[in-house]
Write a protein that binds this ligand. Structure first.
Ligand code: NAD
Length: 503
């Protein structure tokens, strides 16, 4: 039996449990049907039904928010060392079920196993990392004044909502939920409707690890009903959101009446700038990896290649050959590099750019075609001869599609790189240190890598500027979001208090 066949067999075993009752909501440690009925969850690999999913609506969110509010005080007040132990046990539970998580994720999202097996383990790393921060998360400062001993401390903000997208759902959920729990918050999680399987595995693992009922609740459903109700709920103090920029704007509006604190991680149209003096072999590897890995359904993908005109022809020739060589296939085949796109809607969107590129006058140098009819497969695509005013250079396509634009000087490159609504990441390839420093200083992006692909280091700040987001995750920045600063002043003596109304 081939590895692919073995993986399919294992997957079928893992999916059996979802095929009876489907994916239920989980509120206060108990399974619940959705008050909005159910919806179908299909696989992008063959368009077939995986299972039904509870369709949560406002009343389910209300129940979950109340459960999170009821569980909050005990979770907040549990000794930090105890909370730390539970988070570490969650990490161990994820590691123990990493294969199940990875296989289910691939089938649900179309992402290739070579990336998703690592994403499952990164979920465990997120829990371990934030578990290690639990004990000092509430520490503050001592700011002495002439009359007062001022101290600060941090307290968890309360029950929070976490709303996640479908591109790497398990990893992104843990990225939000682990620091929220570490801070002492309780959570209502609304996973993406297109990929509900691994959110269910996560809540199960967490409960088995000893997380008290109600500390993590999962309500499935659509953005316009369950997601909206979560943003509007008065007991939910903050929303951690990952998704499209226009949804981020709706999240902000929906939370206005209840004065929600929002953290928004949104879209990108990120530039990778390759100068003629760069290590071009390494740059080529990174350019390819950062747009064609994870199906290009990656917020940090470098979807705009800015290549210096002196090396453009040779660089694009090598790029085209490599892109044509990328293996599109079944996501559970370990040799597959690109699997199917998530859904019919997304497939229609991504493939529409094949014509848009031609209409705008760009060249389809590689790909630009679909593969088979069974699932949502496309060939990795490269557009050359593009300019930055074309739609293929301005709009987030969110698929394995790269737009190449040439530039002459560093000033041109900077202008093109910054001429976008977005500002999530930027990648700069040059061996001129001074140029790299000047360029990164002016590049409008929340995260920049020089001579490197995106290598995530958990203590560093993650987030974007402009339409790519508001707020930062990672290290202590996560706690800044999930916690409130509190100041307490203790009088150190009998300082003079102004006396009003005294004769
Ligand atoms: P999306 O915005 O359509 O959906 C994301 C989530 O929001 C889903 O759970 C959805 O149900 C929910 N939602 C939709 N409308 C809502 C509403 N009115 N109120 C509350 N919730 C609502 O995004 P998507 O298509 O699932 O994901 C792809 C997008 O995510 C891309 O734009 C990508 O760049 C972005 N993304 C960003 C990051 C980052 O860290 N910046 C990471 C991954 C993905």
């Amino acid at each position: 039996m081939s590895v692919l066949e073995q993986n399919i067999k294992k997957l079928q075993g893992y999916l059996t449990r979802f095929q009876g009752g489907g994916v239920m909501n989980r509120i206060a440690g108990v399974d619940h049907a959705g008050s909005g009925g159910t919806f179908d969850n299909t696989s992008p690999v063959d368009k077939g039904l995986i299972c039904t999913v509870a369709r949560g609506a406002a009343s389910d969110i209300d129940q979950a928010a109340n459960a999170a509010a009821d569980a909050f005080a005990d979770w907040r007040d549990m000794p930090a060392t105890e909370r730390r132990k539970i988070l570490i046990r969650i990490a161990e539970g994820i590691e123990a079920r990493a294969e199940e998580i990875a296989l289910c994720e691939c089938w649900d999202t179309g992402q290739a196993l070579r990336f998703m097996s690592k994403a499952a383990l990164r979920g465990a790393e997120n829990f371990r990392y934030f578990a290690d921060q639990v004990v000092q998360a509430r520490d503050g400062q001592h700011l002495k004044s002439p009359t007062l001993m001022n101290v600060t401390t941090r307290v968890p903000i309360g029950p929070v909502g976490v709303i996640t997208p479908w591109n790497t759902p398990f990893m992104l959920s843990t990225w939000k939920i682990a620091p929220a729990l570490a801070a002492g918050c309780t959570v209502v999680h609304k996973p993406a409707e297109a990929s509900p399987l691994t959110a269910r595995l996560l809540v199960e693992i967490a409960e088995e690890a000893g997380l008290p009922p109600g500390v993590l609740n999962t309500v499935n459903g659509f953005g316009e009903d369950a997601g909206k109700a979560l943003c509007e709920h008065p007991k939910i103090k903050a929303i951690a959101f990952v998704g499209e920029s226009r949804t981020g704007s709706m999240i902000t509006k929906q939370g206005a009446d209840t004065l929600k604190r929002n953290h928004l991680e949104l879209g990108g149209k990120n530039p990778v700038i390759v100068f003629e003096d760069a290590d071009l072999d390494r740059a080529l590897d990174a350019v390819i990896f950062m747009i064609y890995s994870i199906n290009g359904e990656r917020c940090t993908s470098s979807s705009r290649l800015l290549v210096q005109d002196t090396i453009r022809e040779a660089f694009e020739a090598k790029l085209t050959a490599r892109v044509n060589n990328i293996k599109v296939g079944h996501p559970l085949d370990p040799t597959t590099e690109i699997g199917p796109l998530i859904s019919q809607e997304h497939y229609d969107k991504v493939t529409s750019y094949f014509d848009i590129a031609k209409q705008d006058g760009a060249t389809v140098a590689a790909g630009g075609v679909t593969v088979g009819n069974d699932g949502y497969f496309v060939r990795p695509t490269l557009f050359t001869g593009a300019t930055n005013d074309m739609r293929i250079a301005r709009e987030e396509i969110f698929g394995p599609v790269l737009t190449s634009i040439s530039f002459t000087t560093a000033e041109d490159a900077l202008h093109i790189a910054n001429d976008t609504d977005y500002g999530l990441t930027g990648y700069v390839w040059t061996n001129d240190l001074t140029r790299a420093m000047r360029f990164t200083d002016k590049l409008e992006a929340g995260m920049i890598w020089v001579n490197s692909e995106n290598v995530r280091h958990l203590p560093t700040p993650f987030g974007g500027v402009k339409a790519s987001g508001i707020g930062r995750d990672g290290g202590d920045w996560s706690f800044e979001f999930y916690m409130e600063q509190k100041h307490i002043g203790f009088a150190t003596g009998q300082h003079k208090i102004p006396q009003l109304g005294a004769l």
